[in-house]
Design a protein around this ligand. Sequence first.
Ligand code: 11C
Length: 341
Amino acid sequence: MGYKVAVVGATGNVGREMMQTMFERKFPADEVIALASHRSVGKEVSYGDDQILKCQDLATFDFKGTDIVLSSPGASVSAEFSPKAAAAGAVVVDNTSHFRMDPDVPLVVPEVNPEAIAGYKKKGIIANPNCSTIQMLVALKPLHDLATIKRVVVATYQSVSGGGKAAMDELFNQTKGVYVNQSAEENRKVFTKQIAFNVIPHIDKFMDDGMTKEEWKMVVETKKILDANIEVCASCVRVPVFIGHSEMVNVEFVKGISEDEARNVLREAPGVTVIDHHKDGGYVTPAECAGEDAVFVSRIRKDPTVKNGLNFWCVSDNLRKGAALNTVQIAEILASDYLGK
Ligand code: 11C
């Protein structure tokens, strides 16, 4: 017997990717239910190659009998419906920012802290981290095990798909508009500045100290998932790329670590693919990672300005490992190790 799984936010970028990922990885589901807001009721979404699911209304759906909920609507929608689903007996894997820092909700990257999944029993909710945190931690975990990380300085180059479908449309329309003499302003709704042919040093809202919430998430989520002693300084930037977040990561370790040691341990690490030839084109870019599962690591090199420093570049499909795949991987462990159907 398999599981009854509901996908909340089924019409969104991540919801669609979740269903695709579940199908590709043969998730043991007997029934998959697509849930969305009232205005999307009846809208069709595909599950696998040949199944079409009609969206049902999240607001009136009875979660009783549902085993697992994969949730990726807005944070405020999740705040309301994830506890309702958990109260009805389902285990929710929630991809929004709402529950991540709740001490009674585990925050999980399966390659880093799969054991934390056991904590779902407290509230019936497991949180999926932010995409930019996930890919960084998949790469940092094996390095931390080897040489203990003290401090990380990271600059991100994040694709517009992280902002949803409307953000992707905005990049498309502004780019097209340039060739027909339209001002970017005419096609600007989601971003605070022009995104086509531009970069924007601002993702999510501003906090009191001048940090953005996206940057704060990288700081606090790293501490919760990997090690509370690691200091993170993040600068998050939106770039005119449709899919794939990139990060330039500078790491300072407690112990010495050579480039080769880092490269070897990363080569063996789950979820990581190292492509690192120190020559033209010997690195991965976001255009090559869309649709792929791995976190790609390139440009591994010493930082000669500190005692034990290393730099690397990492790229991953933010909708897959950064969201849908990580969520489905959590659900797979939950199903095989905890729910036992
Ligand atoms: C972005 N990282 O690229 C965001 C998207 O906290 O789950 C995911 C926001 C979140 O815009």
